[in-house]
Design a protein around this ligand. Structure first.
Ligand SMILES: C[S@@+](CC[C@H](N)C(=O)[O-])C[C@H]1O[C@@H](n2cnc3c(N)ncnc32)[C@H](O)[C@@H]1O
Length: 317
């Protein structure tokens, strides 16, 4: 299959490891829940024959448009679901999939296209929504959120220190900017971060990235999406099917690990029960690798975005 000549969108991370984790069968049915630029999907499609099926999800219309072009003419049946992967259970029938892939987080395109408002490079107004047709933008959210709720989001989504001081100043800044009748810009956010962390001048960009991450995760409801979708994924997989999930930071990874752990237990009795009363036959997932798979040094050298990736592979039992 010859890939059409498209501009750069995203470099797929741990591609070989993801394909191995999925344990692909040429005539199988798979779902890529995070289509993005279609890097993983394209490689999966290349391993399937005309009896195979690939479902692909993305809530970002840029991703859907780009990857649909990229995958035009692939051999398997290619079905795009331009919706949140939290909708998985409404889109895919139970016990039908041989494998599901999640490559969580955002694509390089979302960050690089500065007009999308994901980046603090270029000083475009903040937005941070993957799907600009729904929900509230980071702009609107910051103008209405309380300092308490913002502090909770900074702690939960990015393990931020000094969360309350930071949230109080961000809320004050958002009100002041509103008063000036203009948009909140990355430079406004940076000034707040610098004022709260005057002792961490060298780390400002890293801290700012974590503030952006926390707000992005909130406006896109990312943790709830992961939880809902992984639970549905367990139902959609056939016995023996694979669940392959790649995360990029500790909060995301914890969410994956803890959600999957619910399905790894054979006994679901409350902890205080002295003996098992549930039958002890509730296990629905088992780990394929005891520890998460990490990218090679070579991959990190070629693609710095891979450096924080962790890949977890489970099998439906
Ligand atoms: C890291 S990128 C995937 C890149 C892709 N694997 C590739 O090789 O090009 C993550 C993608 O998942 C999408 N995404 C994140 N959360 C989503 C959700 N809850 N529902 C649907 N798509 C989501 C983002 O819009 C983004 O395009």
């Amino acid at each position: 299959m010859v890939e059409s000549n498209l501009p750069f969108y995203h470099n797929p991370v741990m591609l070989k490891e993801c394909l191995e984790g999925l344990n692909l069968k040429a005539n199988g049915t798979y779902a890529d829940c995070t289509l993005g630029g279609g890097g993983h999907s394209y490689a999966i499609a290349n391993k399937l024959n005309s009896e195979g099926t690939l479902h692909a999800f993305d809530r970002d219309q840029d991703a859907v448009a780009f990857a649909t072009k990229r995958l035009a003419g692939v051999k398997p049946k290619f079905i795009v679901h331009p919706v949140r992967f939290g909708e998985l259970k409404n889109e895919i029938a139970p016990d039908t999939l041989d494998g599901i892939l999640y490559d969580l987080g955002i694509s390089s395109h979302q960050v690089d296209a500065s007009e999308r408002g994901f980046t603090f490079v270029g000083n475009n107004p903040l937005d941070l929504r993957m799907d600009r047709r729904e929900g509230v933008s980071a702009q609107e959210w910051l103008r209405t959120v309380s300092a308490d709720d913002l502090a909770a989001a900074l702690r939960k989504n990015a393990d931020m220190d000094r969360a309350f001081k930071l949230s109080t100043r961000l809320v004050e800044m958002a009100a002041a900017v509103s008063g000036e009748g203009r948009d909140i810009l990355p430079s406004d956010m940076k000034a707040v971060v610098e004022s709260v962390f005057p002792d961490k001048k060298r780390e400002v960009n890293g801290l700012l990235a974590r503030v952006f991450q926390a707000i992005r995760m909130e406006v896109n409801g990312e943790l709830k999406e992961i939880e809902d979708s992984l639970r549905a994924a367990v139902d959609c997989l056939k016995v023996g099917g694979r669940l392959v999930v790649m995360s990029y930071h500790s909060v995301e990874d914890r969410c994956v690990k803890e959600t999957a752990a619910e399905f790894e237990k054979a006994c679901i009795c409350p902890e205080h029960m002295p003996v098992c009363m549930c039958g002890g036959n509730h296990q629905r997932l088992k780990k394929v690798n005891r520890k998460p798979i990490l990218p090679s040094d070579e991959e990190i050298a070629n693609n710095s975005r891979a450096r924080s990736a962790k890949l977890r592979v489970y099998e439906r039992v």
